[in-house]
Design a binder for this molecule. Structure first.
Ligand SMILES: [Zn+2]
Length: 233
């Protein structure tokens, strides 16, 4: 087999390594972007804090409303027992108003209980989220450093492969190189294959005898019957 042909396989080995290194670098980029989901957790925390503040505002309003009603009940009671009420009808009206305001206070209390319960629940969720963020951030420091270190190694390795690739490419016939590169990018992981017991590894097709002979006598790789790869003996 001419030297030129071995070189194509050397190039293919480099291209396979190159592809896996690029994948590795991309995967690390994704992990760095995700940061153990810390960004997402922080967004959730913001939403939870917003809800909590809404409930706390509602709580203040409820308390003000209750105080107002209690103040009014107090005033009504003062009036009722002041001795200035002239007739029963007026007294009845005041009593009725007090009763109705007491009912309102009851309703406000129920609402207040509900809001208090919400605040307690949301507070718990907030606390859990904060703990989760804290522990994720702690873990993330080491993980991130390791990822960055790995990525740096991959990039250095990739640089070497690029340099090596340029050197090897120069030894290969330009036309063959173009064919190989086109096939490699189309197939994803091969651009040249070796015939295997009259079988083509690229398309897994049993090749006709005449074609096998053609491959065998050709000094350079030729295009497989399927048209998807270079093939040689
Ligand atoms: Zn084929």
């Amino acid at each position: 087999m001419p030297e030129n042909n071995y070189t194509l396989f050397e190039l293919q080995d480099l291209d396979i390594k190159k592809k896996s290194l690029i994948n590795g670098i991309t995967n690390i980029d994704k992990k760095l972007e995700d940061s153990l989901g810390i960004k997402e957790l922080n967004l959730n925390l913001e939403l939870v804090i917003k809800k909590l503040n809404e409930q706390k505002k509602a709580q203040i309003k409820i308390n003000q409303l209750r105080e107002l009603n209690e103040y009014e009940i107090n005033n009504l009671n003062t009036r009722l027992y002041s001795g200035q009420i002239r007739n029963n009808k007026e007294a009845e009206a005041i009593k009725f108003e007090i009763e109705s305001k007491n009912e309102t206070v009851q309703q406000i209390s129920t609402r207040n209980d509900k809001v208090n319960e919400n605040i307690k629940k949301i507070d718990q969720i907030k606390e859990n989220l904060e703990l989760k963020i804290l522990s994720s951030e702690e873990k993330w420091i080491d993980i991130k450093n390791n990822l960055l270190l790995d990525q740096k190694k991959y990039k250095q390795h990739l640089e070497k492969i690029y340099t090596e690739r340029v050197k090897i490419s120069k030894k290969i016939d330009k036309q063959l190189l173009n064919l190989y590169e086109r096939f490699f990018s189309l197939n994803g992981n091969f651009g040249i294959v070796k015939i295997d017991n009259d079988l083509s590894p690229c398309c897994k097709i049993k090749l006709p005898n005449a074609f096998v002979e053609k491959v065998k006598i050709s000094p350079t790789p030729i295009i497989c019957n399927c048209g998807k790869s270079l093939i040689m003996e």
